[in-house]
Design a binder for this molecule. Structure first.
Ligand SMILES: C[S@@+](CC[C@H](N)C(=O)[O-])C[C@H]1O[C@@H](n2cnc3c(N)ncnc32)[C@H](O)[C@@H]1O
Ligand code: SF4
Ligand code: SF4
Length: 286
């Protein structure tokens, strides 16, 4: 689907998603998350100027500690009743040396219905990792950034030969948008609510043991925008399962976030842009 079509459908379906989650919670005490993204590293092999995760703007990109990630995954999976899509990504996930352990953990949970590994097609993983990813529940999704995705063809072929489900997502399907810089927009509470309704984001981002409402809030906080405690669920501290479940439910029901005041999504300023345009040298986020 092209341009703003997918965005409009996302916003249209958003109230129904919220309603289903509410009904499941109210009548069955079931906690359902549709889409959770786990960044395993901030390192990347590309420097996309308008990366939605703002990867090129991290001066010292790190890999997350694998034992920490495995522990946080256990805690999250224990709390929820189901996660429809669990996405493993980065930065570039195939740069992460311990990716196999993360894949194993995600695949071994009954609560996780499907697993996706999202890559920019610049790296060919080892056979051992390809073998691990050979599971009907998992799909490798290659973002096709044209000439920048230097190993996309070999990667697709290696997946096909090993029996790993793999999709090459064409540049035309990618639909990139500009969320703008990280400056404060000065919007009113009413405007922020309207913005969030139009944004319709259902991709929760599990960054460094904290489940954030969206990637903009997660990575924005790392890059210096306000990071209020009530706007993420913290799996790094000791909390009871019940407490974490209630916090997750509340996060899912939020009507606005402070991060929206540092973001253009859900507004007229959220415009289509070329896919994966590379940054030549160090630049600020504008
Ligand atoms: C941040 S990337 C991380 C995984 C991997 N490095 C890649 O590029 O596929 C995750 C997803 O976000 C998409 N993405 C990145 N910047 C975007 C933007 N400005 N608008 C829309 N999607 C974007 C990518 O195409 C990819 O599907
Ligand atoms: S969108 Fe580009 S910069 Fe961002 S993580 Fe993917 S490849 Fe790296
Ligand atoms: S910060 Fe707000 S408007 Fe931006 S993506 Fe997140 S929820 Fe949507």
């Amino acid at each position: 689907m092209r341009g703003g079509g997918r965005e409009k459908i996302k916003a249209m379906l958003f109230p129904y998603y919220k309603l289903v989650c509410k009904l499941l919670w109210d009548f069955n005490n079931k906690l359902y998350l549709y889409h959770v993204e786990l960044p395993v590293t901030l390192r990347c092999s590309l420097r996309c100027k308008k990366c939605v995760f703002m990867m090129p703007y991290f001066e010292k990109p790190v890999d997350y500690d694998v034992n920490d990630l495995l522990l946080y995954m256990d805690r999250l999976f224990d709390c929820v009743d189901a996660i429809q899509i669990f996405r493993i990504l980065g930065g570039e996930p195939f740069l992460y040396p311990e990716l196999g352990k993360i894949v194993d953990k995600a695949l071994s949970s009954d609560k996780v219905k499907t697993v996706e590994v999202i890559t920019n097609g610049t790296i060919l993983p080892k056979n051992e990792l390809l073998e691990k990813m050979k599971d009907p529940k998992l799909t490798v999704q290659i973002s096709d950034y044209g000439r920048y995705s230097t190993h996309k063809t070999e990667l697709k072929q290696a997946c096909d030969e090993t029996g790993v489900r793999c999709i090459l997502r064409d540049e035309k399907e990618k639909n990139w948008f500009d969320s703008g810089g990280l400056e404060f927009r000065g919007r009113s509470a009413k405007e922020l609510k309207k913005q969030m309704r139009h944004c319709g984001n259902i991709c929760r981002n599990f960054l460094d043991g904290r489940l954030y409402y969206c990637p903009r809030a997660a990575f924005g906080a790392k890059l210096g925008i306000p990071d209020p405690e009530r706007e993420y669920v913290d799996f790094t501290s000791e909390k009871t399962r019940e407490q974490l479940r209630n916090e997750l439910y509340d996060l899912n029901r939020r009507k606005s976030l402070s991060a929206c005041n540092y973001c253009n999504e859900g507004t007229k300023l959220y415009v289509p842009i070329p896919v994966a345009e590379q940054m030549e040298s160090k630049q600020r986020l504008t």
